[in-house]
Design a protein around this ligand. Sequence first.
Ligand code: RUQ
Ligand code: CUA
Length: 636
Amino acid sequence: MSDDKVKDKGRGEQHLDNPGRRRFLGATATVGALGMAGATGAGLLLGGNRAKAGSSERLEKMDVPPGDLDEYYGFWSGGHSGEVRVYGVPSMREIMRIPVFNHCSASGWGMTDESKRIMGDSYRFTNGDAHHPHVSYTDGSHDGRYLFINDKANTRVARIRLDIFKTDKMVTVPNAQAIHGLRLQKAPRTGYVFANAEYIVPQPNDGRDLDDPENYWTLWSAIDGETMEVKWQVLVDGNLDNMDADYTGKYAASTCYNSDKAVTLEGKMASERDWVVVFNIERIEKAVEEGNYRTIGDSDVPVVDGRKGSEVTRYVPVPQNPHGLNTSTDGKYFIAAGKLSPTVTMIEIDKLDDLFEGRLDDERDVVAAEPELGLGPLHTTYDGRGNAYTTVYIDSQVVKWNMDRAVRHWNGEDVDYIIQKLDVHYQPGHNHATLAESKDADGKWLFSLNKFSKDRFLPVGPLHAENDQMIDISGDEMKLVKDTPTFAEPHDAVIVRRDQIETTQIWKRDDPYFAETIEMAKADDVDVERDNKVIRDGDKVRVYMTSIAPNFGLNKFTVKEGDEVTVVVTNMDSVEDLSHGFCVVDHGVSMEVSPKQTASITFTAGKPGVYWYYCNWFCHALHMEMAGRMLVEARS
Ligand code: RUQ
Ligand code: CUA
């Protein structure tokens, strides 16, 4: 790649090289270009180019007047904030934040007994790094049961129930380190939740082979979406990055870099080729069934060997350091973005049976095309009309291209496949179109999740917002309509139709979410819906009270310094939107208690004295008066 090439950035140009000629960026040129973009490049690459949204017709389309509801739910990951954010699309009004791997001061997530039970041991971590949110499927369409999301920081996968918009399960994946790529089985039903571990580590990682990267491996895991148990794992070569599954339930594929097992940056970019690893799910299941696996360390999860040469995987060579992998919504292709190569690789899913049955001469025979799009391709999304949209990070653009034409061009026909290149501001990572992770992709709105915002918003000091840009793709031309600032750092999003989700506004009293708390109350002979009682059990005190606006069932209770106090509050208001809260001053105790919910929180009583507890969700004209006293006696 010449310097000229980097400078002219391929903006709007069509590359019509001999399709057989594969052009990869040299490692040196690429690091230079990536570094420039990362450090100072936003200005350099896009100096003075401030795109502004135009016509009123465009703005009208996204306008949702006060009182009207949006057409779609958009679920944005919260990146290293650890949460999930819910937007109404197209208004881009933030409707809710769902705490997942983080702790939440308002709802008490990470503090309440219910959330600690769900988080397990890992509740002691207050951070997470949530990248990839995905909504469950039935037959390739979103069924609105669950949303799943990964935690790269602490190797977890969580599930959110979409009837209540609360995290209800969380699992720490064994033998793995840093769950990154996450995708769901699309058919017949979710089914498996597939999780990539990004980093290679000794197996088991118990102090052996500490500085011997030759003996480091990573794993691809399948979690049962209903029980959230890890069912099996596959040992692979290289570092797994992003993945997706097909529309039949048979195959999944993951980009895989660092085929040479390096542990330094230079080393990770040394080889000209890396891989897309294709997983044959039936064959893996069969290997597990037949006992063709081992276990690692303390974990009893079956681990099938899927390293190069194994029967359960195939390694398709692609240009070095690929990144995103997105299945086209027509079910035809796994499309892997080149990142360090200006190309994306289209893998033909229909040819995978031949690949596994050994009917092809070369793994590369499954490549349907490798169109060149621009510098730094990262992720691809779809409009359901045969077009793909790929973010190119270094060029700061979204490239709209036609899949069918790209294949014809690859086969030697003289056709243009690039339809439009649109500047975005700046340096996009993922992009995502409405319903574009399902066979129902409707090609209405596209979001480009840009890592840099630089000059797009009022300055707020050294740390900048990200900029999620909304683009109208319903016509022939992509049109930028809105800048949405977001805080660190939505990586990815999924957008589903509002009718695909059915929520409950008032808790059902038999909800499993707080069933264990009700069990505890029963053992204390307490009916939480009626009784206001204090039960002492050695140094443990359990306080049960109801809440009905604007009153708590108890306006005082007495404990002793150092007691382990559990307060259980049951909200007996069955009025929609009438949430109460429970907060004890100077004790770090706060939680949400929504209509007909039972919530419980455990803490240690502080020094002797009077401590007020109060309702911290505004519930009534006398909300300020909804308070009581905890009397802490000295221990005699
Ligand atoms: S990754 S910016 Cu965590 Cu989805 Cu590509
Ligand atoms: Cu109850 Cu505010």
